[in-house]
Ligand binder design. Structure first.
Ligand SMILES: O=C(O)CCC(=O)C(=O)O
Length: 290
């Protein structure tokens, strides 16, 4: 395992955290937290190892930077090093690629409910744009692999569950967006490619950024609030899953984000659509009582 200096604000670690306290201290005010005992009941915390994927699914094809047999990719991951980091397998939909594993991470911790993503109250392409985000994805990487892009998840909350190995997270609050240099072609992505060694001549404001940091260990869950920028680097071979949620606590921001995305393409429809979504959100929020 590699470590390296880690500077920034540590993310709080909690155990035995009630859902009521999670909602009031973290979810509603958009504060990140790690919960150390949220998924002790998942079979995946015991069985999902590199060997498990290699022996059970070795012949399956996965697309990373190119197509690999999974056994070949796992070998690459296990030989990953800072000099030759393996490419990162990022959010491969589990329902599509490993449907037989869906039972290995049930039930979800209560912190993820209510989740309005995946509920079918939105028509057409926008409904699908939203629905996909509640589908859990698996992430696999080797020592020094990185999630190359500093990004935020379209204002959705993100819950990431570490099942094997250790991964370092850098999180930046939404109000530091001006220092993140959003890509004009996709404002959820930052132009800053390496947060550990940023090009400050090109991105001088990034010097003002104040990361929140943690090394997420196997068995732990991290909550990344909607709108928070984040990126990762693996400290060892790493297997995790992640899923997005939306509810009354981030819906207004999700609607603003969707409106901004729709406006240039559908200038007439974007505002009525956003009004409809706000209305749905008020009704659902009132029903949920949070
Ligand atoms: O786990 C990672 O490497 C990245 C996770 C992520 O970007 C997310 O959950 O939104």
């Amino acid at each position: 395992m590699i470590s390296g200096t880690i500077t920034g604000r540590p993310i709080e670690r909690r155990s035995n955290l009630s859902n009521a306290e999670f909602r009031s201290k973290y979810l509603k005010p958009h504060v990140p937290v790690i919960v150390t005992d949220a998924i002790n009941h998942w079979p995946a915390t015991k069985t999902w190892t590199p060997d498990f994927f290699r022996t059970r699914f070795g012949d399956r094809t996965v697309r990373v930077d190119r197509e690999y047999r999974l056994a070949e990719y796992i070998d690459l991951v296990e030989h990953s090093s800072p000099e030759r980091p393996a490419p990162y397998l990022f959010h491969l939909f589990l329902d599509e690629n490993f449907p037989e594993l869906l039972a290995d991470f049930q039930p979800w911790p209560e912190y993820l409910t209510p989740n309005w993503l995946g509920t079918h109250f939105l028509p057409g392409a926008v409904g699908r744009r939203i629905a996909d985000h509640d589908r859990p994805g698996v992430f696999i990487g080797g020592q020094a692999s990185t999630c190359a892009n500093l990004h935020y998840d379209f204002q959705y909350h993100s819950f990431s569950f570490q099942l094997f190995g250790t991964k370092r997270f850098w999180l930046y609050p939404t109000d530091e967006t001006a220092s993140m240099y959003p890509d004009p072609a996709n404002k959820c992505l930052s132009l800053v490619k390496n947060v550990e060694n940023p090009d400050l001549a090109k991105f001088p404001l990034f010097a003002n950024a104040n990361p929140w940091l943690c090394d997420l260990a196997a068995g732990e869950m991290i909550f990344i609030p909607g709108g928070w920028w984040h990126t990762t680097r693996m400290l060892s071979t790493s297997i995790s899953i992640s899923v997005n949620t939306a509810n009354a606590t981030n819906w207004p921001a999700v609607v603003r984000e969707l409106h901004a995305e729709l406006q240039p393409r559908h200038p007439v429809l974007a505002s009525p659509f956003a009004a409809y979504m706000r209305l749905v959100g008020s009704w659902k929020g009132w029903k949920d009582g949070i």
